[in-house]
Design a binder for this molecule. Structure first.
Ligand SMILES: Nc1ncnc2c1ncn2[C@@H]1O[C@H](COP(=O)(O)OP(=O)(O)O)[C@@H](O)[C@H]1O
Ligand SMILES: [Mg+2]
Length: 351
């Protein structure tokens, strides 16, 4: 693996409260690396740090040998960042928006037209060149967001929950685009809280849990921790007291039992038989026996369900504006030295 991203013991605090507590992982060239975790796990904060927008309180993050914070300006040439939410002027056309970003990133004017075409092809928007941004579907907006992150052809792409809010068809199209980009050698860091997406798409994942790395590895490797285990799920209408009763009843089987009636067992036949007998459930419950998923791995590692209660989730609105502001500021920082260079040239000329 050619090392591209190297995060080592990264810590970050919001007003003294830890959001990241010692995150470590590495990602290589041509790899889709998933930062996987429930809402509030610290995924976006980590992308802020990886893109040089926040300074880690402790630890070190390097991309292609550059320190993400200290060398943040040089870093912008190597990375493309697509934040969760794209806010663009809907009255501009797709081509105009990409051209605008191309100018911001300092692409030579004569190359812009060809680059815009290339990008539109790369993300599958070639028929939408003259379309108003406001007329694009959510899926197309997502792909435009990616085109903007790719304008300067960076080797590393960072995507914050790119498939969130997309319908299944748009998701598949997006995954196709990411597949092609990976085949072209890009390193893609992708945050997601969608376990299925991670299983389908990612070469390796880091599972984040409340700001900590619960595990890092290939999806298959992580699942192999539950190699000899089957999952028995008993789905039925019942309150927590009934679930507790069943838990007590099947304890003698020595199965592990988390989140209601989800049972991890090496002996599913016996577990099913026992549980059906105990409650005479044949007519009342749907029993599913299946292989462990990544979601089960998370549960096994953390002892908690992957999706937290609604009340534990951060208020999205609260954080959107500062982040958008910082993204634009990042582009401004990239542009600023060029302006001052031009100003300097002007000043020299007039002397
Ligand atoms: N601007 C902020 N101010 C204070 N706390 C924040 C801010 N942004 C995020 N947090 C908190 O930091 C933690 C990680 O948040 P975030 O990185 O947004 O997680 P994720 O992207 O995985 O949902 C959460 O507990 C969240 O409430
Ligand atoms: Mg987030």
């Amino acid at each position: 693996m050619t090392l591209v991203v190297d995060a080592e013991d990264v810590w970050f605090f919001y007003a003294g409260v830890p959001a990241l507590s010692g995150i470590s992982f590495q990602a290589g060239r041509g790899e889709i690396f998933g930062l996987l975790g429930p809402n509030g796990a610290g995924k976006t904060t980590l992308l802020d740090i990886l893109s040089g927008q926040r300074r880690p309180a402790r630890g070190r993050v390097r991309i292609l040998g550059l320190d993400c914070y200290l060398d943040a300006r040089q870093l912008q040439k190597e990375i493309g960042l697509a934040t969760h939410e794209l806010r663009l002027n809907g009255h501009l056309t797709v081509r105009e928006v990409i051209t605008f970003y191309g100018i911001l990133y300092g692409l030579p004017r004569h190359a812009l037209r060809d680059r815009v075409r290339e990008l539109l092809e790369e993300v599958g928007l070639e028929t939408r060149e003259r379309c108003m941004v406001s007329a694009l579907s959510e899926g197309m907006k997502g792909r435009l967001n990616m085109a903007l992150a790719l304008v300067h052809d960076p080797p590393v792409l960072m995507l914050d929950e790119p498939a969130d809010a997309l319908d299944p068809r748009a998701k598949r199209q997006l995954w196709g685009v990411l597949d092609r980009l990976r085949a072209g050698g890009k390193t893609i860091l992708l945050t997601t809280h969608d376990m299925d997406e991670a299983e389908l798409l990612c070469d390796r994942v880091a599972i984040l849990d409340r700001g900590k790395t619960a595990a890092v590895g290939t999806v298959e490797g992580l699942k192999s921790a539950l190699r000899d285990t089957k999952v028995v799920e008993v789905r039925m209408e019942c309150g927590p007291e009934v679930v507790d009763e069943y838990r007590a009843a099947i304890q003698e089987l020595n199965v592990e039992c988390l989140r209601g009636l989800v049972i991890f067992t090496p002996n599913p036949q016996l577990a099913v038989q026992r549980i059906l007998e105990y409650g005479n459930l044949i007519d009342r419950a749907r029993v599913v026996v299946r292989n462990p998923s990544l979601e089960d791995v998370f549960m096994k590692l953390t002892g908690r369900a992957f999706q937290p209660a609604e009340s534990d989730q951060p208020d999205a609105e609260q954080f959107v504006n500062p982040r958008m502001g910082r993204t634009l500021f990042g582009i401004y920082r990239l542009l600023k030295p060029r302006l001052s260079h031009n100003e300097r040239a002007e000043a020299e000329k007039s002397q």
